[in-house]
Design a protein around this ligand. Structure first.
Ligand code: FES
Ligand SMILES: [Fe+2]
Length: 456
């Protein structure tokens, strides 16, 4: 496989100059940078991936505009916006955004960047407000993003209209069982279409309770030295690492009566493979159960079978891993939901919440929160193993020779099938099939000019 992406750069497009109209909208024709042809870097039929996709700065910038800008991205949980004025600041790719509930009770999101000189208009992580006032010169915006106050307003020309200088709004906002997603692409398919059959698997965690879900305990945020895709693909496709990487944690959790678990345990299960890049893997067993004892005791598994069906109760209800393309992942066993925020090609910031059934009594919520904290919190006994792996892979990927050796994603090639029990195509639990689908979708987006780019 060729390994120097520069060698595959498309011819430089004709230079186009940014222009500013009298109405104030910045129009910069697309073709910001020559598109890099990543076609040779990902070969999903052969199961090979070139490490340049984890290290190259130009590929990373192309991801921001061709993968993140067009996709539906997880923003927050509806539970974080109980009343008008509640807000939460996050990122879509590297673009800072404010998510808020306006006075009409509509959830909206805006680019968190002042239309004057570009400072963030909200620097708090979350809170409640009536206006977002920029601390640089004092322009102020209401909950609908409208510019409502400009110091020294008389100093501007007569045709200056505040109506033209509101915050840039995220055009697509939708939610699924409490999870709010946004997209910059007004031509994107509806959220449910973009999720496809993945919703059946998501419902195993999000639709256990007719009352819906809540999030508890605030948000954990931590930085890892690794490309965001290392985490996203692992949660899509990788049960394979569990026995080796998490051996010490598994020994710790093994029932004392049986003594320490010293053998590799081969689990039976399935892996969901979605052509939209999503993926989920889960052990299958008639007696699957939640790990936290208090949580296990609280659930009525018979009622869950009636609500969600046997296939889900014996599969993705209690355990497994999942990624919604591109960078939202979750773990049904402890309610961990997380975003892998990209922060350059070799760094990510993990933001993690605990999602729980609304009907759970406080002690059950607390038990699940603590279980999540101990296993997959930033210092959790499993989480640390994963972070160590991603940082390890990343730390050597810049070596010149290292970077010329492709990685192997060949497990389970050709194993995907519709077995009638699960929606869509599934593979074996131990398989790279969803990883190949993840990178196939990534490659499709990376090689297709996004809606904001000039069509050739
Ligand atoms: S940058 Fe916001 S008011 Fe000037
Ligand atoms: Fe893991």
């Amino acid at each position: 496989m060729p390994s120097d992406p520069a060698a595959r750069s498309e011819p430089e497009p004709r230079r186009s100059r940014a222009t500013v109209t009298r109405r104030g909208a910045l129009h910069r024709p697309a073709g910001l940078e020559p598109g890099i042809d990543v076609g040779g870097l990902v070969d999903t039929e052969a199961g090979l991936v070139d490490r340049a996709i984890f290290t190259d700065e130009r590929i990373y910038r192309q991801e921001l505009r061709r993968v993140f800008a067009p996709s539906w991205l997880f923003l927050a949980h509806e539970d974080q916006f109980a009343k008008p004025g509640d807000f939460f600041t996050t990122y879509m790719g590297e673009d800072p955004v404010i998510v808020t509930r306006d006075r009409t009770n509509t959830i909206r999101a805006f680019l968190n960047s002042c239309r004057h000189r570009g400072a963030r208009v909200c620097r708090a992580d979350f809170g409640t407000t009536r206006n977002f006032t920029c601390t640089y010169h004092g322009w102020s915006y209401d909950l609908a993003g409208k510019l409502v106050s400009v110091p020294n307003r008389d100093g501007y020309p007569g045709d200056f209209e505040t109506g033209q200088w509101g915050l840039v709004e995220v055009p697509g906002i939708d939610s699924y069982h409490g999870l709010i997603f946004g997209t910059w692409n007004s031509e994107a398919p509806p959220l449910r279409t973009a999720l496809g059959e993945m919703t059946w698997y998501m419902d195993a965690m999000l639709d256990r309770d007719p009352e819906g879900t809540v999030v508890v305990g605030g948000i954990h945020k931590w930085v890892l030295e690794g490309n965001w895709k290392l985490a996203a693909e692992q949660f899509a496709t990788d049960w394979y690492h569990v026995n080796m990487s998490h051996a010490s944690a598994l020994q710790l959790l093994a029932p004392k009566a049986k003594g320490p678990k010293t053998e590799i345990v081969h689990r039976t299960g399935r892996q969901y493979v979605d052509p939209r890049g999503h993926g989920a893997g889960f052990p299958v067993h008639p007696k699957n159960r939640f790990d936290a004892q208090t949580v296990h005791d609280w659930y009525d598994y018979g009622a869950l079978r009636e609500r969600l069906g046997d296939a889900r109760v014996e599969g993705p209800l209690t355990n497994g891993h999942a990624t919604v393309f591109p960078n939202f992942s979750y773990l049904p066993v402890n309610g961990s939901i997380r975003v892998w925020h990209p922060k350059g090609p070799d760094r990510m910031e993990v933001w993690a919440w605990t999602v729980l059934d609304r009907s759970m009594p406080p002690e059950v919520k607390e038990a699940q929160r603590l279980y999540n904290l101990r296993t997959f919190g930033p210092s959790g006994i499993f989480e640390q193993d994963d972070g160590e792996n991603w940082s390890e892979v990343q730390s050597i990927s810049r070596g010149f020779i290292t970077n010329r050796v492709p990685l192997n994603y060949q497990m389970g090639i050709g194993s995907e099938r519709d077995d009638g029990r699960y929606p869509g195509m599934t593979s074996e639990l131990y398989s790279d099939a969803a990883g190949r689908a993840f990178y196939a979708r990534w490659k499709e987006l990376m090689t297709t000019p996004a809606w904001h780019e000039e069509q050739p």
